[in-house]
Write a protein that binds this ligand. Structure first.
Ligand code: ZN
Length: 367
């Protein structure tokens, strides 16, 4: 049994091992050296992505198409905006090399449409999220521990928006929450928290307002067609991003050390979609090596699956989303989830560790 916390304990103990440094060193030594080299050539993907986005918007506005064709184009444009953000995520980690200036340029292309300026993203995601992944109340991308809601009960209402709360509107969360969450972090968390020091928050706010203004101009010139050029693309792009982001850590225990094998989760998505989404499904791999380009992530995955089948967790994408909607979102203990609005509702994460592991998958395939 690989789990550091065994069933039967009270659950207050911290989960996981503290072997992340050792694992990184072993992978660096054992995997091909080019696994960790910047993959600058992948920047070429921005060209088709930009062509699809601008071409799609132009066709909606100028071609006088029937509503169903506009709807189809709106979904394609939104999907492309979402996929482009996944590639920009790699760019802003430095996985494609380039100077900070060029990274920012492509960062704007990828995250600007979602109203997230690149310098703000770097601080929020690269520094604060990657540095404190799923840890206590310090990860801005987690709904945190029950203690947070005991200290400030007003925050309980936010958890009702999220999947797993059981509210009808939690089913809308995917369609707006990336942009919404980014603005919450920018306006509230970045103001209060020390971790965001050193970032020019006022500049990021001005830049965000500029992004909103750009969408506003497009909406104005689109008239009623703004449904297809603005509203649906933004909803689809949010949903695509959140389909991955919400599954990355929400079903994993909180850990004492920042160990991706214990606090993060990858998902198994359709192979064609996985390529269209720049293999963002490889999230454990990404947290081990944030500067590694995602086209190299399958090599890391293969290594982890063969060396740690009981600890490597990657359910099917569909199963992950279903589980999100059937489990509460707040940590009562590092391994026990609770609904702060209905404290009697809890969910033990430990059995999932094995159920969603490669070892269980291998066993099912043999049976
Ligand atoms: Zn990242």
């Amino acid at each position: 049994m690989n789990a550091a916390v065994k069933p039967g304990l009270s659950g207050n103990e911290n989960y996981g091992f503290a072997d992340e440094r050792e694992l990184r060193d072993r992978m660096r030594a054992e995997l091909p050296a080019d696994t960790f080299k910047p993959q600058t050539w992948r920047i070429i993907w921005f060209l088709p992505l930009q062509l699809i986005i601008w071409g799609g918007i132009a066709a909606i506005l100028l071609a006088g198409l029937p509503w169903y064709a506009n709807l189809g184009l709106a979904v394609v444009v939104g999907h492309t905006i979402g996929a482009q953000a996944l590639l920009a995520h790699e760019v802003l980690h430095g996985a494609l090399g380039m100077s900070k200036r060029w990274q920012n340029f492509f960062g704007w292309l990828g995250f600007g449409p979602l109203i997230v300026p690149p310098e703000f993203w770097r601080k929020w995601h690269n520094v604060v999220h990657h540095g404190n992944t799923n840890m206590g109340d310090t990860d801005p991308d987690s709904l945190g521990t029950a203690r947070r809601y005991e200290v400030d009960p007003k925050q309980k209402k936010f958890t009702k928006l999220a999947p797993g709360s059981g509210t009808w509107y939690s089913y809308l969360f995917f369609f707006y929450s990336f942009t919404f969450h980014a603005q919450l972090v920018l306006w509230l968390q970045a103001k209060r928290r020390k971790a965001f020091r050193g970032m020019d928050r006022n500049k990021a706010i001005r830049q965000s307002l500029l992004c909103v203004a750009a969408w506003g101009v497009l909406a104005y010139f689109s008239g009623p067609l703004a449904l297809y050029t603005v509203v649906i693309p933004l909803m689809v792009a949010n949903a695509l991003g959140q389909c991955y982001i919400l599954t990355n850590h929400f079903l994993r225990p909180q850990t004492a050390t920042n160990n991706p094998l214990d606090n993060s989760m990858s998902v198994r998505t359709h192979p064609i979609l996985d390529r269209l989404h720049f293999r963002f499904s490889h999230h454990i791999e990404h947290h081990f090596f944030p500067k590694m380009a995602h086209n190299k992530a399958p090599v890391v995955k293969a290594w982890l699956e063969s060396n740690f089948p009981e600890r490597y967790v990657a359910p099917s994408h569909w199963q992950a989303v279903k589980l999100l909607y059937s489990t509460p979102r707040v940590y009562k203990t590092p391994t026990l989830l609770v609904d702060p609005n209905r404290p009697e509702r809890t969910f033990d994460l430990l059995p999932l560790q094995y159920e969603m592991s490669t070892a269980a998958r291998n066993a099912r395939q043999v049976a």
